[in-house]
Design a protein around this ligand. Structure first.
Ligand code: SAM
Length: 283
């Protein structure tokens, strides 16, 4: 097994590369080998996996991924970190199969990656974790499994069921792509610098999407409208996107949903049924 980065190595690399972690890019680096091995093990990465990592930073998780023998593509927005990563990894694991892409993960497309990724494994930048996840799941249908570390509130939201307090539009959108579960807690102490939020690991398994791109787009519009005014009944919350509250009531009833229900009571299947009804009515 190759070596991983501990607290001394992380500080040394940051000093050598003259890297001061920035909040804006969510730069909290993991300096605990046990946490890295735990993530890699839960993610189910094998030598056959094609792993996409977002935000490799100084390489803590990257080294855990490459030591499995998997092919890893790491997408990093920070030019300094992207430039130094190949040197760090090849010095510690000369046989590592790593491609580094200097790119914003929210812009990345299949042309930027050498292979279609099967697994997404990342310690995500906290301020953009949901849009990054949704972009990657939409862009890479080959991604069948994922294990990401996110801010605890975001993780519970992704894995929430209808009716729960934290259930919201990210929960429904995430459920379009597959099933989500909380896979563990992570102590703040494994990061440098120590963040002021708690973190959790979230697991994902893809399922067949409930419909095509036209339906997905319609469903997401309905979801955004339903949760923008989450305390309102659906006939009011959706009146803007369905042509008035009387029309919204008709469409909701046709989809078998009470017009007096609230968005937080609906699962992704209900939103899909509603989306199909709206599309059918539009002809
Ligand atoms: N994976 C490393 C680790 O575990 O130590 C670093 C994780 S740190 C929480 C987040 C990383 O994501 C940073 O390296 C940051 O520069 C990078 N990052 C932030 N926004 C990004 C974006 N939009 N696209 C790609 N990388 C991004």
């Amino acid at each position: 097994m190759g070596a991983l980065l501990g607290p001394a190595e992380i500080r040394e690399l940051a000093a050598t590369f003259d890297v001061t972690p920035t909040k804006k890019l969510g730069q909290n680096f993991v300096h605990d080998a046990n946490t890295v091995r735990r993530i890699v093990s839960i993610a189910g990465v094998t030598p056959e996996s094609a792993v996409l990592e977002v935000g490799p930073g100084l390489g803590s998780l990257t080294l855990g991924l490459t030591e499995t023998g998997a092919a890893v593509t790491a997408v990093e927005i920070d030019a300094r970190l992207a430039a130094h990563l190949p040197t760090t990894v090849s010095a510690m694991q000369p046989d590592a199969r790593l491609t580094v892409v200097h790119q914003d993960a929210m812009q990345v497309s299949s042309e930027d990656l050498p292979v279609a990724p099967t697994h997404l494994v990342a310690n995500l930048p906290y301020n953009v974790s949901v849009p990054v996840l949704l972009h990657l799941l939409a862009t890479f249908p080959s991604l069948v499994r994922s294990l990401v570390m996110v801010q605890a509130e975001v993780g519970y939201r992704l894995a929430a069921d209808p009716g729960s307090k934290v259930y919201g539009s990210p929960s429904v959108k995430a459920a379009w792509y597959g099933s989500w579960r909380i896979a563990g807690q992570v102590s703040r102490q494994v990061f440098w610098p120590v963040p002021n939020v708690d973190s959790v690991l979230v697991g994902f398994d893809r399922h067949e999407p409930p419909g095509d791109e036209q339906l997905r787009s319609r469903v997401f519009t309905l979801v955004d409208a339903a949760f923008q005014q989450r305390r309102k009944m659906l006939r009011q919350a959706l009146s803007g996107v369905l042509g008035g509250s009387a029309r919204a009531s008709e469409v909701l009833e046709a989809a078998g949903i009470a017009p007096t229900a609230r968005g937080e009571e609906l699962g992704v299947d209900d939103f899909v049924r509603l989306g199909r009804t709206v599309l059918a009515a539009a002809g």
